[in-house]
Design a protein around this ligand. Structure first.
Ligand code: NDP
Ligand code: BG6
Length: 602
């Protein structure tokens, strides 16, 4: 809730929508080649989750809501007629239909004549079970997959088709907002899933897979997508065998590669070289699932389609930008992988840096993948390589709270004793171009912190010659606007503004103009993997990382990573479940920045 500048003021909450607010979805639209914008599932169903949390008493006048802290807010007028959509039965203004996806799946000029086979390499693994199969099912459920498709699981584990289906069925879920025919759809989907057991370095085993795929393809044009959900040490073997023995005969062959893309500039270059021995760059889809998150996709829309933001997007108006990632759990179960990488490689060099590049890039010539990726590379290449002085690292230690003892990072049996691998890092980065000269871009990422969150915070400069200084107090920075893009959980975009507290006096407080997704849009937000898988099937590369982007990203982080390791810099230890090392605050303070996520009002 808002912090008041004057002690007597009553805080006013963000406006709360009325139960009848409508919403629309932006998924699987009939899109142009580069965007899936603007869609239509307008529903009159109440956003109950949000209302339950926010409203304690609805007054007799349904337009006024009393908040838990006693403040009163007028409900937003329903926006049913914002969009010229047909009114349907049951008050729906429109509903998603499979037609919405048809145009999206544009590879399929004649869907009767072509097929898509999706092979999940490493199908027995965690990521495949948790994310890939559920995302494929969600796409199927939404009608986004082409008419003729087959899903193959491939891994060394021995499994029958039936066993794969049982394994997969355990992690499939239906959307909360659309459960009709879910069981039936699951059955239909599972019938299209098969399994082949083989080694990752065996051309012979991939040739067997090829034979099975051909049987399903039945002589139609065959398009093949391989998803490498395996550890990086077997990437090249699998690509070699898939490419030599199981490439599509007459359609496209594409390969999705999961991170990590190396550990530094050299190993990343070696991986790229290895992949390019067997694949062209346009066959390689390097996935960074943060690029598939709804609010990250929305960044460009927010900036480039709103006149109130675009002119402000520069050093002239922005004081600093913060990219914050935190998880409230440790590396439990993934310590073996994590210890070789650490938080800087795991989160900063990819997820946060990708968001930064999208945030800070110049206006692309168009929304085409290459135009966007060109701008991202340019901004990455304009950045100063990170220096050790601009970096703070931490590692979580054991902590007991409420009678429960939480383990230290090094308590994990898969982590070497005495490991110095950082589980927390904060960094100050700078873009040396005309737009961003001198603006600190701060990043903070950590495991085993007090909450789970990912957000972007844009802190604006203060209004020159502010008339209201007297009402604000001495710290003008506290009264500046801040735009918060909460990527997860509970997606929201809110803008902190100064506002007069209603009444006869002149008291100001800081309130939020709040776009809270759960309240505004009734449709559940698709998982990032759904969007990215669909894009790979479509051949849309906008959200995948090009090799020069990857090189530029590694050049920024490789020197400092080497220095940290060579000098064996000891991380600052922080208790499991805390807010992380205090060093992060000193780092920010050096650039006159206060982390936005630590203030009382968030
Ligand atoms: P797993 O460790 O679960 O490995 C996937 C499969 O690969 C296993 O089921 C196993 O299948 C095979 N495998 C495991 N170790 C080896 C090995 N040393 N040599 C050969 N094959 C092996 O990985 P995940 O599913 O967690 O992740 C897959 C990829 O995605 C990795 O590159 C990971 O870094 C990345 N990733 C994972 C995320 C996650 O949340 N899990 C998030 C982001 C990226 P079998 O023995 O049957 O062949
Ligand atoms: C992965 C990291 O890339 O992203 C994990 O390897 C991290 O360490 C995960 O937990 C976070 O993803 P999400 O989508 O759950 O925020």
């Amino acid at each position: 809730m808002a912090t008041l500048y004057s002690t007597h003021c009553r805080s006013y909450s963000p406006l709360t929508p009325s139960p009848s607010s409508s919403s629309y979805s932006s998924y699987c639209s009939s899109s142009s080649s580069s965007s899936k914008l603007g869609h239509v599932a307008v529903s009159s169903s109440a956003p109950k989750r949000f209302l339950a949390a926010k409203l304690s008493v609805l007054s007799q006048n349904q337009n006024v809501a009393r908040m838990q802290d006693g403040a009163v807010a007028t409900a937003v007028t329903p926006i049913e007629n914002d969009f010229p959509f047909k009114k349907l039965k049951g008050g729906l203004l429109s509903e998603p239909s499979t037609d919405e996806c048809k145009d999206a799946v544009r590879f399929d000029i004649n869907e009767n004549e072509s097929t898509v086979s999706i092979t999940v390499v490493g199908a027995s693994g965690d990521l495949a079970k948790k994310k890939i199969f559920p995302a494929l099912f969600a796409l199927y459920y939404e009608g986004c997959l082409p008419k003729h498709f087959t899903v193959y699981g491939y891994a060394r584990s021995k499994m029958t088709d039936a066993e794969l289906r049982t394994m997969v069925s355990k992690t499939l879920t239906c959307r909360i907002d659309k459960r009709e025919n879910c069981g039936e759809k699951m059955e239909q989907f599972l019938e299209r899933c098969f399994y082949h057991s083989g080694q990752y370095d065996s051309q012979e085993n991939f040739a067997e897979l090829d034979k099975k795929l051909k049987e399903h393809e039945g002589g139609k044009v065959s398009n093949r997508l391989f998803y490498l959900s395996i550890p990086p040490n077997v990437f090249i073997d699998a690509v070699r065998c898939a490419s030599l023995s199981a490439s599509a005969g007459n359609g496209w062959t594409r390969v999705i590669v999961e991170k990590p893309f190396g550990r530094d500039s050299e190993s990343s270059a070696a991986l790229t070289k290895g992949l390019k021995q067997y694949l062209d760059e346009d066959q390689i889809f390097r996935i960074d699932h943060y690029l598939g998150k709804e609010l990250v996709e929305n960044l460009s829309v927010l900036r480039f389609s709103n006149l109130i933001f675009e002119p402000l997007w520069s050093r002239q108006y922005i004081r600093n930008v913060q990219f914050i990632f935190s998880e409230d759990f440790g590396t439990e179960g993934r310590g073996g992988y994590f210890d070789n990488y650490g938080i800087i490689r795991d989160i900063m060099q990819n997820h946060l840096l990708q968001i930064l590049a999208l945030f800070a890039m110049e206006t692309p010539v168009s929304l085409d993948a290459e135009d966007i990726r060109n701008e991202k590379v340019k901004v990455l290449r304009s950045m100063r390589p990170l220096e050790i002085e601009n970096m703070v690292i931490g590692q979580y230690k054991s902590h007991t709270k409420g009678g429960v003892t939480y383990p230290a990072y090094t308590d994990d049996k898969t982590v070497p004793k005495g490991s110095l691998t950082p589980t927390f890092a904060a960094a100050a980065l700078f873009i040396d171009n005309a737009r961003w000269d001198g603006v600190p871009f701060l990043m903070k990422a950590g495991k085993a912190l007090h909450n789970k969150k990912a957000e972007i915070r844009v802190q604006f400069r203060h209004v020159p010659g502010n008339l209201y200084n007297r009402n604000i107090g001495t710290d003008l920075d506290l009264a500046t606007n801040e735009l918060v893009i909460r990527v997860q959980p509970d997606e929201a975009i809110y803008l902190k503004i100064n506002n007069k507290v209603p009444g006869l006096g002149m008291r100001l407080d800081r309130s939020n103009l709040n776009l809270h997704y759960a309240a505004r849009y009734s449709k559940e937000i698709p998982d990032a993997y759904e969007r990215l898988l669909l894009d790979a099937i479509e051949g849309e590369r906008r959200l995948f990382i090009r090799s020069d982007e990857l090189d530029a990203a590694w050049s920024l982080f490789t020197p400092v990573l080497k220095e940290l390791e060579e000098k064996r810099i000891i991380p600052e230890y922080y208790p499991y479940g805390s807010r992380g090392p205090v060093g992060a605050h000193y780092l920010a303070a050096r650039y006159k920045v206060r982390w936005g996520d630590v203030s009382v009002e968030q």
